[in-house]
Design a protein around this ligand. Structure first.
Ligand code: IMP
Length: 192
């Protein structure tokens, strides 16, 4: 069976291919010659993941899954959430997003936050979603050089270090994305 992962990231693709049953061949967007920007115009993380998966499914006819992730900060009414990639504006980068978040969290006592990943799957004319959540708190300043995005300011519950201070292996054991992928894998293991 062929399954498309709606990503251009070959690293993510190899990781998931290694975990899925051998009966499933995973293709990236590059493999199906999809070079266009897939719409990410929805207002929730779940809708965005579904939008991406449905777009590929309808346009290219493949079974497909897509992931979308956001950081939800309790004291900011769950912002940046679905807008995590463009919190500081359309053409900004991780550093600017992180700096804006730290500024908005200055002197805020409640620092609870969570990363949420939703994986949407279009498979055999049905859609499914799988959720992974990592709970934690927002640090007072950036700490650590590993990872990407908001990792330097996110301290997962049960730890005293940020995601950016953990090794990739440590982060992958507890991350939102890993949890959502585990659910996707479980789904396919049950089906095979
Ligand atoms: P995407 O849905 O994977 O493209 O992620 C949306 C935004 O959330 C990205 O621009 C990242 O800044 C942020 N993000 C996603 N996953 C992580 C993570 O594991 N750590 C830190 N930031 C992340």
């Amino acid at each position: 069976m062929i399954l498309v992962f709606a990503t251009h990231n070959t690293h993510k693709l190899k990781e998931i291919q290694a975990l899925l049953p051998q009966t499933i061949e995973v293709l990236s967007l590059n493999d199906i010659n999809c070079t266009e920007d897939i719409p990410e115009t929805a207002f929730t993380i779940e809708e965005n993941a579904l939008l991406k998966a449905k777009y590929i499914n309808e346009k290219y006819g493949y079974s497909v899954f897509a992931d979308d992730t956001g950081l939800e900060v309790a004291a900011l009414n769950n912002a940046p959430g679905v807008f995590s990639a463009r919190y500081a504006g359309e053409h900004t980068n991780d550093t600017e997003n992180v700096q804006l978040l730290l500024k908005n969290m200055e002197n805020v006592i409640n620092r609870q936050a969570q990363f949420k990943t939703i994986i949407a799957l279009c498979w055999e004319n049905k859609t499914y979603t799988f959720e992974g959540i990592a709970k934690g708190t927002i640090a007072e300043k950036t700490l650590g050089d590993n990872g990407f995005g908001y990792d330097p300011i996110f301290i997962p519950d049960g730890y005293t270090r940020t995601f950016a201070q953990l090794s990739a292996q440590e982060k992958n054991r507890i991350s939102h994305r890993a949890k959502a992928f585990e659910k996707l894998l479980h789904f396919f293991k049950q089906m095979s």
